[in-house]
Design a protein around this ligand. Structure first.
Ligand code: ACO
Length: 379
């Protein structure tokens, strides 16, 4: 039996299989969460994010030579065209970083449009966004924060190191880079979630790659999906001690508030990604000598289990992990984008290979047919 919910509630396409995929399994019996047949536990422990990106885009794990070449090729694409830099400079400081990436993706799509709807075009566009999303975000960030036009073409060995380097202005500790790398692996792909489904719907109209990704970023932004990692951090930061957190949380539950970073549409017992990122968050907290954020997080987790029988999803402990790496909270969901671009690209390719327009039907709940009333006679 899989962990999938029974369709006992109407709406939200719960329990509906909306198509086929060979990219990923979510909670499937004997598989758990797997990317192209490899378990998330193995990938998080034994692979690096670029290896996983290669697996998702090209279908197989790379050889050492292929990985070296792939990493070098991605690293060589970190620079931003002048048009993207100019557009980013026009965005105000109040812009949410998710909107920065949505805009950057759209502008890049105008400057470097996909040449065709074939596999190679999608891979090329996906790799370019994979290489430039951190550059876009941090070019904009340093420009609006301090008027600095940073050089985004670094020689950092991987995307995790590149992102933290650009953010902090210096190389990050190895433990932070590894934790970020694991986080990118965990966020890379998750079957027909809301943003990936959006990407597939747009792709199914034979629209271009960048249009599909812009839609995916929009769907990911909300707190019921990717935005939950930011909302979880805002919740954790409300409390100074675990006891305060317990009291505050019980008040929220009494008011029937949603607690961000908990629950999942498909997983009903546990999100297998959560334990993996919690391990990273705990190690970073210990190294930082933290006595607040992690203990508060653990108490919120315990209260949710006790009171609601609910479990943390990936977003909950990602929040404290990013916090210890020095990442500002509004950049949490953009990190999700920097990773999920790999899964989205795989789904664009898969959708195009067996395309049929995605166009479901609806049950009508409106009025019976009625006589048209001329405008002068309407009361
Ligand atoms: N806090 C409190 N109560 C909750 C939560 C929560 N986080 N999640 C679900 N519930 C409650 C619902 O209100 C519902 O109660 P009811 O039956 O009394 O109405 C019950 O649990 C069952 O919930 P579902 O309807 O099965 O949840 P659904 O599948 O529609 O939604 C979702 C899943 C959106 C993830 C939901 O759990 C939620 O809103 N969680 C918080 C947001 C969040 O963390 N999102 C991240 C998702 S994972 C990711 O994007 C990586």
């Amino acid at each position: 039996m899989s962990d999938s919910p029974k369709p006992n509630k109407t709406g939200g396409l719960a329990g509906v299989n909306a198509g086929e995929t060979a990219v990923c399994t979510v909670g499937k019996e004997g598989f758990g969460l797997s990317y192209r047949g490899y378990t998330i536990e193995d990938l998080a422990a034994k692979a690096g994010f670029e290896e996983v990106a290669y697996l998702l885009l090209y279908g197989e794990l790379p050889t050492r030579a292929q990985l070296t070449e792939y990493r070098q090729s991605l690293a060589g694409m970190r620079g931003l065209p002048e048009g993207v830099r100019t557009a980013l400079e026009l965005l105000p400081k109040t812009t949410h970083p998710m909107d920065v990436l949505r805009t950057g993706c759209s502008v890049l799509g105008c400057l470097e449009p996909e040449r065709g709807l074939d596999r190679q075009s999608a891979i090329k566009a996906g790799n370019r966004l994979l290489a430039t999303f951190p550059s876009m975000l941090l070019y904009w960030y340093h420009f609006v924060e301090g008027g600095k036009r940073i050089e985004t073409q670094t020689d950092d060995p991987n995307i995790a190191a590149h992102f933290l380097h650009l953010l902090l202005g210096k190389a990050a500790p190895e433990s932070h880079v590894r934790a970020m790398d694991v986080s990118l692996i965990l966020y890379a792909e998750h079957e027909f979630n809301a943003s990936t489904f959006t990407v597939r719907v747009i792709t199914s109209t034979l629209a271009d790659f960048h249009s599909a990704i812009v839609g995916g970023i929009g769907a990911l932004r909300g707190p019921l999906h990717g935005g939950a990692n930011e909302a979880a951090m805002e919740l954790i930061e409300l409390y100074k001690t675990p006891d305060e957190a317990e009291t505050g949380l019980l008040e929220k539950l009494a008011k029937k508030e949603l607690i961000m970073g908990f629950g999942h549409r498909v997983y009903k017992k546990a999100d297998p990604r959560s334990a993996l990122i919690q391990e990273q968050a705990k190690a970073l907290a210990t190294a930082a000598g933290d006595a607040t954020v992690y203990p508060v997080s653990e108490r919120i987790d315990a209260v949710m289990r006790r009171e609601k029988g609910m479990f943390t999803n990936l977003d909950f402990y990602s929040a404290s992990a990013y916090h210890f790496m020095g990442v500002p909270t509004p950049m949490f969901t953009p990190i999700f984008v920097m990773s999920r671009i790999t899964g989205w690209t795989a789904h664009v390719i898969e959708q195009r290979e067996k395309n049929r327009l995605i166009r479901p039907a609806a049950d009508y709940t409106g009025p019976e047919l009625r006589e048209f009333v001329e405008i002068e006679k309407r009361g």
